[in-house]
Design a protein around this ligand. Structure first.
Ligand code: SF4
Length: 359
């Protein structure tokens, strides 16, 4: 299929576009990459405006009980000498202190992330409570699929805006090789449960772990089944020393950015997230060019914890990220109210496949 026809099809049919057309866009090369990014950026401006949402991070625990560990993981205790390595679990007071520092910095949203502890999400609820009782921050909770119905009810009562459960890849054979101790079906069920509870769902792709472009296209289409989907993080693989995938090549920046651009075309009104650790703190403009509108793992100078990114130990420094956004000509959302507006615009009805492109 010719590129222009594929682009037209995806802009009209969105998440229901033909798999072949999506794959064609994911394979764009040379000047076609420019056309793809331009279309994605147009959609971003049309549906999401000029604001760039910023999301900071509180890592609540790295004590993960998944065994064997995921082959790419550098986050869990003992996984990699360049990751956290030592086990930790934050207390209510430690989470509250970090949340207050994030709010003071102007960042409107925080991700409270943890690892699989097998407690059904009790620690996740404690962390969300600590943030909500001490700040007005928008909250995303990410404890994978370690979330019971009771925990989800608790998160909803606290007013948590988003729960994240990444599938990484829906290529089942590959998932089982990468995550032999994890369970793809349990992750899908958690995504469904999040929707059932009426909480905004975040669910993303890990690019560059051996999946094909067709796998990526299928995965992007698959996400449409989740009714409250509000955010798609596009992560890129980086090898962590000491892990089973330490010799696997890192995901090229362009590959990751192409997936962001295609995700933007398929879901023009949703939040497309670029995590600063894997896109690269100095490369966030590439993600903005490709239509991303949320930069994650943005850390203010007075964050009380040492934060290492998931996927790569680097993180985006708030002052530098603001400078890069403004130099690019967009506006960082630097208050909870601005962040709330940016968040709420994607919790409504998904853009219909028949919505015509603006040009
Ligand atoms: S990637 Fe997540 S689930 Fe897998 S071992 Fe690491 S912390 Fe545990």
């Amino acid at each position: 299929m010719r590129f222009k026809r594929a682009l037209r099809e995806v802009r009209i049919d969105r998440h229901r576009a033909d798999e072949g057309a999506i794959v064609r866009l994911l394979s764009a090369k040379g000047p076609r990459v420019h056309d793809l990014f331009r279309a994605a950026f147009e959609e971003r401006l049309r549906y999401r405006g000029e604001r760039v949402l910023l999301t900071s991070t509180i890592h609540v625990t790295n004590e993960c009980r998944i065994r064997p560990r995921c082959a790419f993981c550098g986050f869990a205790a003992g996984a990699s000498p360049r990751g956290y390595h030592r086990p930790f679990t934050r207390s209510y007071e430690e989470v509250a202190e970090a949340a207050r520092a994030i709010e003071r910095s102007g960042i409107p949203r925080v991700s409270c992330s943890g690892a699989y502890r097998g407690d059904g999400g009790r620690l996740a609820v404690m962390a969300a409570r600590a943030v909500k009782e001490h700040t007005d921050l928008l909250v995303l909770v990410n404890f994978g699929h370690d979330l019971s119905r009771e925990a989800l009810r608790g998160l909803r009562e606290l007013g948590v805006e988003t729960v994240c459960c990444n599938l990484e890849t829906i290529n089942r054979g590959l998932f089982e090789r990468l995550k032999p101790g994890d369970d793809l079906d349990a992750r899908i069920r958690t995504c469904e449960l999040v929707c059932e509870h009426g909480i905004g769902l975040s669910s993303g792709l890990l690019v560059g772990v051996g999946e094909s472009r067709r796998d990526r296209a299928r995965h992007l289409r698959f996400l449409a089944r989740f009714e409250t989907l509000m955010e798609i993080p596009i992560m890129g693989f980086h090898p962590y020393p000491g892990t089973p995938m330490e010799n696997h090549p890192r995901c090229p920046l362009l590959e990751q950015a192409r997936v962001m651009a295609v995700a933007r075309l398929m879901y023009p009104d949703l939040m497309i997230t670029a995590p600063t650790p894997t896109i690269g703190p100095e490369e966030v403009q590439v993600a903005l060019m490709a239509g991303a509108d949320n930069l994650a793992t943005v850390i203010p100078d007075d964050h009380p914890h040492e934060v290492k990114g998931v996927g790569s130990p680097r993180t985006g420094n708030l002052d530098r990220v603001i400078e890069l956004i403004e130099n690019f000509g967009l506006k960082p959302a630097l208050s909870v109210n601005e962040g709330r507006r940016a968040c709420l615009t994607c919790s409504g009805k998904r853009a219909s496949p028949s919505t015509q492109p603006s040009s």
